[in-house]
Design a protein around this ligand. Structure first.
Ligand code: ZN
Length: 146
């Protein structure tokens, strides 16, 4: 099995068995983000505990890339400190802007490296970034709120 197939499988697995896809009743901030160019939509609840993201839950509809990406991001960023979240998210954005030239650091990005191929398709980059932007937005709002 080559890397592309393996990556496709990671994306499909997150799409079919999404992580944290049950909106929690208790949260600091709720955000709703849409990607009109593809029809992707997510609602995301986030709770902070001090300088750490305590919980990310979400619900959404859309293409496999958008839904897999938010599943991956919620799993990867939950439990991380705000500074870790910032640096991991920056690496992911750089990967998405790499036009296929970067493969991503699996030690940092874990399953998110499976989305590396998306960077070759400008129309799909917004799909992959939707969940990450929602988490960033919710985190900033949660920090401001206290
Ligand atoms: Zn999409």
């Amino acid at each position: 099995m080559n890397l592309d197939n393996l990556y496709q499988e990671v994306i499909l697995d997150h799409y079919k068995n999404p992580l944290n896809k049950t909106l929690s009743k208790h949260f600091d901030v709720q955000v709703h983000h849409i990607n009109p160019s593809c029809g992707d939509e997510i609602t995301l609840n986030l709770t902070l505990d001090g300088q750490t993201i305590k919980e990310i839950t979400w619900d959404g509809v859309g293409c496999s890339i958008s839904q897999a990406s938010v599943s991956i991001a919620s799993d990867l960023l939950m439990g991380k400190s705000l500074s870790e979240v910032e640096s991991i998210s920056e690496q992911f954005v750089e990967l998405m802007q790499s036009k296929g030239k970067k493969t991503g650091d699996e030690a940092v990005l874990e399953d998110a490296v499976a989305l590396a191929g998306v960077s070759q398709y400008p129309a799909r980059i917004k799909c992959a970034l939707l969940g990450w932007m929602a988490i960033k937005d919710a985190t900033l709002q949660a920090v401001e709120k206290r």
